[in-house]
Write a protein that binds this ligand. Structure first.
Ligand code: MSP
Length: 497
């Protein structure tokens, strides 16, 4: 394991307010960042905004404001949401920032000097919604909207020159594109000849972009600009030490809709500029409602703010992480959200805390009892807990977050069962020491569970640990301190109807 971990989200278009799709990738990155920080790895978590290009220019025009002002007004909608979702990013990049423009122009100059940029006449179909030129075949697929016929002189990047090198890299590095399904998809795509990439837009058509350093009549194509954010932020060209520390990125997290730009455009751009490739690009699936993707243009968006207002941040984070198998699509329904909330959070997790704390309050002056001499029942809870820590680590390393959560919840359920089998509420009347042992064990298991779930639910697990008066958030068994006074609390996850 390397001692630094750098992960990124896509930078989001500021054409509208964020929805659950944007929130999902950002929460996913946050959860991974928190897990990695907890294991002691120095972590850099980057997110930000994609502010140039036709989509943004059109959104600004529609509102009748200048594009820069539009971006400045939209940016807080994202940063406010990240605050509310407890996103712990280390940097927030906006592509209109000076630091970024400089790097984009520097890279363009480098690629130009390498002889990888040429001028050509282009006639073809252009999809405004995807911000790229498309083939006849693609235009018939129905997946592209706002298609226009264009005839322009433009600058092209010799992407085709790197086709074989890219194929070799993908084949040699099985983790470079994840999941395997996506890797095969891209290898399939690369079996056909790769076109060069049009990387400019004439200012006469679109002026909201970064000017080409070698022709002031043009701005840079928005994807060529946006992808570079991943090296601007860690310090490419401005802070060599920082850049060497963080690059190559451990993960670019993306949705499957932006796979080609990240696994074909981006690595070939880096090859031309002589920069190392990221270690891994991981594409997740879509959140669907019924059969269709949740998206602004379909108008079926779920506003994450509404869910947070009604149920709290942590249940929303929990649901999104628990329900989606990374790499596959998942269905968002209120029914499954409420089911998860009530069964996993209210009944299993929250209830265990209530039972433990109520009994300690009633019978042990509200203090953590002594663990005493363990019997086979306790040894089992302890060894299962120790095993769980290993399993969760492995699951996170292999990006199986939903399974890591499920393992933890199964453990919590087994501890509830241990309580039922040992009935400390009865036992305390005959043998207070034995009942104390059961409660200590259940409380300690709950502590371990809460620490393991803290990247998913940072605020409610912090409440739980505070109620148990825990200072030790290590994962070694025995972190609960006998004699510590419990604090009063509301139900951790009140049941909802
Ligand atoms: N600006 C580009 C990314 C540039 S990165 C150098 C972009 N922005 S976006 O705002 O349109 O979308 C960003 C991300 O949100 C994508 O990864 C996309 O997959 C994700 N989602 C948007 N809707 C989604 C769902 N319904 N479900 C899951 N994620 C989805 O593309």
């Amino acid at each position: 394991m390397s001692d630094t971990f750098f992960l990124t989200t896509p930078i989001y278009y500021v054409n509208d307010k964020p929805h659950i799709g944007h929130a999902y990738t950002t929460i996913l990155a946050d959860v991974l960042a928190r897990y990695h920080r907890n294991t002691g790895q120095e972590t850099f978590f980057l997110t930000g905004l994609d502010e140039h290009g036709q989509k943004v220019q059109q959104a600004a025009e529609k509102r009748g404001v200048d594009p820069m002002r539009h971006c400045d007004e939209m940016a807080p909608r994202f940063t406010d949401l990240w605050k509310r979702l407890h996103i712990s990013h280390d940097d927030f990049i906006r592509t209109t920032e000076e630091r970024h423009k400089k790097v984009v122009q520097g890279i363009l100059q480098k690629v130009y000097a390498a002889g990888d940029i040429y001028e050509d006449e282009y006639e073809g179909l252009y999809s405004v919604s995807e911000e790229r030129f498309i083939t006849e075949k693609e235009s018939e697929s129905g997946e592209f909207r706002d298609i226009k016929k264009l005839n322009e002189k433009n600058y092209f990047f010799k992407m085709s020159k790197y086709q074989q090198t890219l194929i070799d890299h993908i084949e040699l590095n099985p983790k470079f594109i994840q999941t395997e399904h996506r890797r095969n998809e891209i290898l399939g795509f690369l079996r056909r000849p790769l076109n060069d990439l049009c990387i400019s837009r004439p200012k006469s058509r679109l002026n909201w972009g970064i000017e080409l350093p070698f022709d002031s009549d043009y701005v840079t194509y928005v994807w060529f600009d946006a992808l570079i954010n991943y090296i601007t932020a860690p310090g490419f060209g401005s802070d060599d030490e920082s850049f060497a520390k963080w690059w190559p990125a451990s993960y670019h997290l993306i949705g499957k809709d932006i796979l080609t730009t990240h696994t074909v455009y981006w690595p070939t751009m880096l090859m031309s500029a002589g920069i190392e490739l990221p270690m891994s690009i991981f594409a997740h699936g879509w959140w669907l409602m019924g059969e269709s993707k949740i998206s602004k243009s379909l108008g079926n968006v779920i506003n994450p703010m509404d869910l947070i207002d009604d149920y709290g941040v942590d249940p929303v984070r929990y649901y999104l992480m628990r329900e989606m198998v990374l790499g596959q699509d998942a269905n968002f329904t209120m029914e499954s959200f409420l089911k998860r909330y009530n069964s996993d959070l209210a009944n299993d997790f929250g209830n265990l805390l209530s039972r433990v704390s109520t009994l300690m309050k009633k019978n042990y002056d509200g203090r953590i009892p002594e663990p005493g001499e363990l019997t086979s029942g306790e040894t089992k809870v302890q060894s299962d807990g120790e095993n769980l820590v290993k399993v969760v680590n492995e699951k996170i390393e292999s990006m199986r977050i939903n399974e890591a959560i499920e393992e933890t919840m199964q453990y919590i359920r087994s501890v509830n069962k241990y309580m039922e089998d040992n009935k400390p509420w009865k036992l305390v009347k005959e043998d207070k020491v034995a009942a104390g042992r059961v409660l200590y064990t259940a409380g300690e298991a709950l502590r371990i569970g809460a620490v393991l779930l803290s990247p998913i639910m940072p605020s409610r697990t912090a409440v739980l640990l505070d109620v148990l008066n825990v200072q030790n958030i290590g994962l070694e068994w025995g972190g609960l301190t006998p004699g510590n006074q419990l604090k009063d609390h509301e139900p951790l996850f009140p049941r909802v109807q």
